[in-house]
Design a protein around this ligand. Sequence first.
Ligand SMILES: Cc1cc2nc3c(=O)[nH]c(=O)nc-3n(C[C@H](O)[C@H](O)[C@H](O)COP(=O)(O)OP(=O)(O)OC[C@H]3O[C@@H](n4cnc5c(N)ncnc54)[C@H](O)[C@@H]3O)c2cc1C
Length: 381
Amino acid sequence: MTLPVLIIGGGIAGLTTAVALQHFKIDFRVLEAVPEIKGVGAGISLAGNAMRVMHQLGLAETIKAEGHPISAMVIQDENGKTISVMDAGKLSREHGLDNVAIHRGALHQILVQALPPEKILTQHKAIDIQEYPTHVEIVLQNGNRVSAACALVADGIHSVIRKKLLPLAQIRYSGYTCWRGIVTNTWGIENAAYETWGPAGRFGYVPVGGNKIYWFACKNAPAKSEAMQRMTIKQLADNFSKYFHPIPEIISQTPASELIWSDIIDLKPISKYAFGKAVLLGDAAHATTPNMGQGACMGIEDAWLIARLLHQHTQTETAFNLFETQRLPRTHYIVNTSYQLGKVAQWENQLLAKLRNCALRLMPASVNEKQVVKLLDIEVG
Ligand SMILES: Cc1cc2nc3c(=O)[nH]c(=O)nc-3n(C[C@H](O)[C@H](O)[C@H](O)COP(=O)(O)OP(=O)(O)OC[C@H]3O[C@@H](n4cnc5c(N)ncnc54)[C@H](O)[C@@H]3O)c2cc1C
């Protein structure tokens, strides 16, 4: 009997990998630690590269219907004065690069519904992996073992399995902490994704479909600050009270139950993703700060590539080594660029911030657009 491919983790990377394996008719199982798979963490935007993969997997139209297309990405200062605008509609029309914002719960549901339920094994927390000449065994927290042809490890930034394979990998704190929320769109905000850079912190908002807005707020703070963790909606709205309309109201109208807090962290780039019959994918391999909106998009790119390589190569190790060679440079670039970008976007020094905003205002839109197209215009044929 041929053993299935095992995916550890049913997040966006793991579930998309499952859909991609299904696309290539490769048998798989997903092991997920929690009892029920659902998207945690408000909204998410999927850029053109991820949407190309979703198109190949037959899910792009559903994602567009459930989410909200983004036609522009606007950066403003705290008074609402524009710093830069990216015409996302043009990227879609001229390069076929669609950008969609969607509630995470909706995205997870679309992915889960594309898969046979019996192939997703919830309450299966992996704690170790053992490799044999012909297969791997995953040790579960309950003491059971699951055998597989190979393991695709997508259990997130705090990956238990990565810690076994690469114990010295380091999580980095970015220097800023983040709140996220979902609120009903009573302001008629349409199509664009907005980000405001100002002295009280960074604030972003975007419609995600279902007449809802997803927002995030980032503030410089020490790591794991209890004061930040305890921050209420009212305190957060007060923090941004001098920012232009409707920012303070977006915060104050958000139900407290919708507020999510977490420090922004990433995984310091690691030099290895392939370990014999196991390979790291998604945040387990290359968790990034969210400044380029590319964390999940990279996991989605991984999903397509690993499935295609497993389809093309009978030797698992060959597929995994090729995956590592192709993914290391691109994912390292994203992680490092995003880390630096976040530092600049979070500048509190007024003079530096003014200089930064001036420089960005002077940059021709075409230069910015070229860089974005270069980043997103991937081949998925
Ligand atoms: C504030 C913020 C905003 C972001 N915005 C964007 C954005 O707009 N666009 C974008 O592309 N990315 C964005 N990201 C990044 C994105 O959220 C992540 O890159 C993505 O969710 C990672 O998916 P994953 O499947 O690799 O990991 P995860 O989402 O962490 O999923 C891992 C899964 O594995 C399971 N698991 C964990 N341990 C085990 C175990 N031992 N055994 C079995 N299962 C296990 C978990 O329960 C979970 O379901 C953002 C991140 C943050 C913090």
